[in-house]
Design a protein around this ligand. Structure first.
Ligand SMILES: [Zn+2]
Length: 130
């Protein structure tokens, strides 16, 4: 019985949903579609300072609605990852990942109506990557 309930729960979690995201001042607006199977934190030098909790989405499931001109880009180390910030309010809404540049890491706290309840959080190790 338990396993049936459990698999139903998993099944519901796997449903993809569209979320709207924005920075604090609203200059940057975007939509993502995600099944939100897991969230990630990262211990690299920038993520740890941002205290970021992220969900990963493929670029095909990410749509920037507005604010391209409001985004400023910060790169360091291998310069593969692109860390974006809003020029006006300084919020980090998303970044392009270094290990998989066709994926975005999205700041889940920028998403409207996104609940982190019950979603496992995986701590990724960015600091140790050469
Ligand atoms: Zn802003």
């Amino acid at each position: 019985m338990y396993s049936i309930l459990n698999s139903e729960k998993r099944c519901c979690r796997m449903k993809e949903k569209e979320y709207h995201g924005s920075c604090h001042c609203g200059s940057v607006q975007f939509n993502i579609v995600t099944d939100a199977l897991e969230l990630t934190t990262c211990d690299c030098s920038i993520c740890i300072r941002k205290n970021a909790l992220m969900v990963k989405v493929h670029e095909s499931k990410f749509q920037l609605i507005k604010g391209e001109e409001s985004l400023t880009e910060y790169q360091f180390h291998t310069k593969t990852a692109q860390h974006f910030f809003c020029k006006s309010c300084g919020i980090y809404p998303f970044h392009r990942k270094r290990v998989s540049p066709d994926f975005f890491g999205i700041n889940v706290y920028c998403l409207e109506g996104f609940s982190t309840d019950g979603i496992p959080v995986r701590a990724t190790i960015g600091a140790g990557m050469a």
